[in-house]
Write a protein that binds this ligand. Structure first.
Ligand SMILES: *Cc1c(COP(=O)(O)O)cnc(C)c1O
Length: 464
């Protein structure tokens, strides 16, 4: 048995990649001028590329490799399941053991009466499920006009037509005629960029109250649900001020709309709790899950639904499902991942030990001349870059220019730290050790130093 091994020199792999592989969220022609980095293997928190370089992955892939790379147990679980039952569906009055075990385990882990799971293969698919589920729920309750779902600008809920509509990424909406009908958006609780003269707490309250204003604008009898990430991930690790979530919960309760917590990043320990909803103390009716559910070892996602919504939906035929909903191999791998998270007390360790350590080290970057706000919850954090901390100014250059320059330095320093606009973000594997955190911070600081030098050399050290 062997994996697909690399027989070609890096430059040839890069040329074939540029010629034939269309990359997500990329400008394809960029790959013609500069080859993609070819990742060949990974262990723990480290990636290895085709030139033999070791890279510290402070993004856990795309926020997903919670238990770290290279866990044999998950490979064994997949191989075992493939031999026993590689595929079967759960349509037409059938089921199988891995999907039963995983659904029951998730019901056990999820808070409150979130006891029912509809499976998908990704977060995008799960959020598409949620749109149809919310609308079917209200139709079944005799209120079919309650079909509007409110999301947030700069929220991220996936890349399919439905999930990208729920999200508030204007660059995505601009391509392909989004949002689909029946989706509205309110502002995000990003105090650093949008808070103006308000205190963070006053701003958080104001942004939550936009939800009430939007409900009243649309009509309380027209709104079915509000969807939000407990901590915005792809939007730049935006942590809402403390005043925000209690007010959102109050409004959701007052108008009796469904709350969907998109836990695709926050779930499975990322915030130092099993779910971000617990970290933010909110009570969702539906949680979207994916990413850390399998630590990315298999594509799997889903919606965890509360008793009442499941009971209402249970009375009608829900005309929805994916060929790979509850895929047995993905379920077996997810179960093994959850076993490891639980038995090795990884979430507790993030909460009690490594999370606080990372927070202290990450916050020490606030003394860097280019770093304004530092935000971190558990193992997801962000740095706002600025030429002027006091005024929270943006750079005169186009948004993202400076962030990109710093990310290039991270790349050169063998650290995967992403930029979203001019925020630098991290989301390392939850198993990162204290000494690896030290290395992360040292490489981040070096990259910030070099990035700042490059920004100054390019004449971009100027408030916009
Ligand atoms: C990544 C992400 C999604 C989409 O998940 P995919 O598996 O990429 O489809 C949805 N919501 C959030 C919060 C995400 O971070």
């Amino acid at each position: 048995m062997s994996a697909i091994t690399n027989h070609l020199p890096t430059s040839e792999l890069q040329a074939l990649d540029a010629a034939h592989h269309m990359h997500p969220f990329s400008t394809q022609n960029d790959f013609n001028t500069r080859g993609a980095r070819v990742i060949t293997s990974a262990r723990g928190c480290y990636l290895h590329d085709s030139d033999g370089v070791e890279i510290l992955d402070a993004m856990a892939g795309l926020w997903c490799v919670n238990i770290g790379y290279g866990r044999e147990e998950l490979a064994e679980a997949a191989a075992r399941q493939m031999r026993e039952l590689p595929y079967y569906n759960t349509f037409f009055m059938t089921t199988h053991v891995p999907v039963i075990a995983l659904a029951a385990k998730l019901a056990d882990l999820a808070p409150g009466d979130l006891n029912h799971v509809f499976f998908a293969s990704s977060g995008s698919e799960a959020n598409d499920t949620n749109i149809r589920m919310v609308r079917s729920y209200w139709a079944e309750k005799g209120q079919p006009e309650r079909d509007v779902i409110i999301g947030r600008w700069n929220g991220y809920h996936g890349s399919s037509m439905g999930s990208a509509s729920l999200g508030g990424m204007v660059g995505m909406h601009a391509q392909g005629g989004l949002p689909i009908p029946g989706i509205a958006h309110i502002g995000q609780p990003n105090w650093w960029a949008e808070g103006g003269e308000m205190t963070a707490e006053a701003f958080g309250l104001a942004r939550a109250q936009e939800l009430e204003a939007k409900i009243l604008e649309i009509g309380a009898d027209r709104v079915g649900a509000f969807i939000a990430e407990p901590v915005q991930g792809a939007g730049g690790v935006i942590v809402a001020p403390d005043s925000y979530w209690p007010e959102v919960q109050r409004i959701v309760d007052k108008y009796g709309i469904l709350l969907i917590a998109d836990e695709v990043i926050c779930g499975f320990g990322r915030t130092g709790h099993w779910f971000g909803s617990q970290a933010m103390n909110i009570r969702p009716h539906i949680m979207t899950i994916a990413k850390g559910l399998s630590s990315g070892y298999q594509p799997i996602g889903g919606s965890i639904v509360c008793d009442e919504v499941a009971a209402v939906l249970g009375a009608c035929e829900f005309n929805h499902g994916y060929t790979y909903s509850g895929h047995p191999v993905a379920c077996a791998v997810a179960l093994e991942n959850l076993r490891i998270l639980e038995e090795e007390q990884i979430v507790e360790r993030v909460h009690d030990v490594t999370g606080p350590y990372l927070k202290a080290q990450f916050e020490s970057l606030a003394d860097h001349p280019m770093v304004g706000e530092v935000k971190i919850v558990g193992m997801m954090g962000s740095l706002a870059l600025t030429p002027d901390k006091a005024s929270r100014a943006a750079f005169a250059a186009e948004t993202g220019t400076v962030g990109y320059m710093v990310r290039e330095r991270c790349f050169a320093n063998n650290l995967i730290m992403r930029h979203v606009g001019d925020r630098m973000i991290i989301s390392p594997p939850l198993v990162i050790s204290e000494s690896e955190i030290d290395l992360l911070i040292a490489r981040a600081r070096k990259s910030l130093d070099e990035g700042m030098a490059a920004v100054k050399a390019a004449g971009l050290w100027e408030a916009g």
